[in-house]
Design a protein around this ligand. Sequence first.
Ligand code: TTP
Length: 362
Amino acid sequence: MPSRRLKGLVLAGGKGTRLRPLTYTTAKQLVPVANRPILWYALDSLVAAGIDDIGIIISPETGESIKKSVTAWKPSGVKITFIVQSEPAGLAHAAKTAEAYLDNSAFVMYLGDNLIQSGLLPLVEDFRKNTADAQILLKPVENPQAFGVAELDAAGQVIHLEEKPKEPKSNMALVGVYLFTPVVFEAIAKIKPSPRGELEITDAIQMLITMGKIVQSHPMEGWWLDTGKKDDLLEANRMVLDDYCQTNIQGSVDSQSQLRGEVEIGVGTIVKNSIIQGPVRIAENCVIEDAYIGPYTSIASGCQISKAEVENSVFLENCVVSGLQSRLEQSLLGQGCLLTKAPGQPVGYRLMLGDHSVAEIG
Ligand code: TTP
């Protein structure tokens, strides 16, 4: 049997409501993890699995910024096609929007805000050669109510799937990477929007099972993170720094400073009288002075941190953090945030937060 042609489909549209206020100005797939946009990890993963024809679903609102970022990522030899989804009407709707691009090819659908540790190559190779109509990845989770959940029979076959069930029949969640043949479009044509108004991919896969199609499932090795919320994003940042951060000092570090563990410092960054305890990634043109930067912190370019302690956090570009009384931890700062000591002797907190900002103050 000849092996199947396989394209990639990355979903980078959607609303990103759970990452507001960042997603008022940034597509959620472009929020960085260890100083690289989340989306780049999905693209890398597809390319590493031998897929060189990739469609990317974009929304009218954030599509241009996704295009710009993909141009900055793009390795040679990969064909990229952008497909606009007019409204975020669900994962199955996004797949349907790409039907013409996919042109009867089997495909790997990858949620652009998901990160997985293990390589996709064995899975993709297997799917190229076998006769399954779809292949899904499953992973045990602690809170199955928040995911698409699979019920398996004694032999491990998927017998039923449900999106965000109130009473989950198992703790096996559907990972955000799926392999489909074009028969999935027949299933999508038969499903109706869910109570939240979306065409759910879980319902489409359930429909494939109802139609008597072969849906194979595989347990997933390694970590999988859906970065849709702040704490998940910080967790992804921890995992990626643990796996990939390697000491590389391109900026300048004075003799009063100490670097411990794996620390990356970008070109033009100046570190003075500070302790940096890796794994930590600091991008270009930052100034770190009289500061402690603790493990699992990623700092994007142009940030200035002085007289402050920071740990387990992600800063986007051009943040200024100085004169903090307590350690800043588990924090996600958007571009250009200013966090400084109030002048004089303040008696309370002084905040200017964007809509849907979150401040947990001790
Ligand atoms: P979700 O995280 O399920 O949805 P969302 O982006 O709307 O986020 P939120 O729930 O916080 O409002 O989406 C998973 C991925 O799929 C993400 O990269 C966005 C993308 N997506 C689309 O491309 N089109 C869609 O219609 C939807 C719902 C999501």
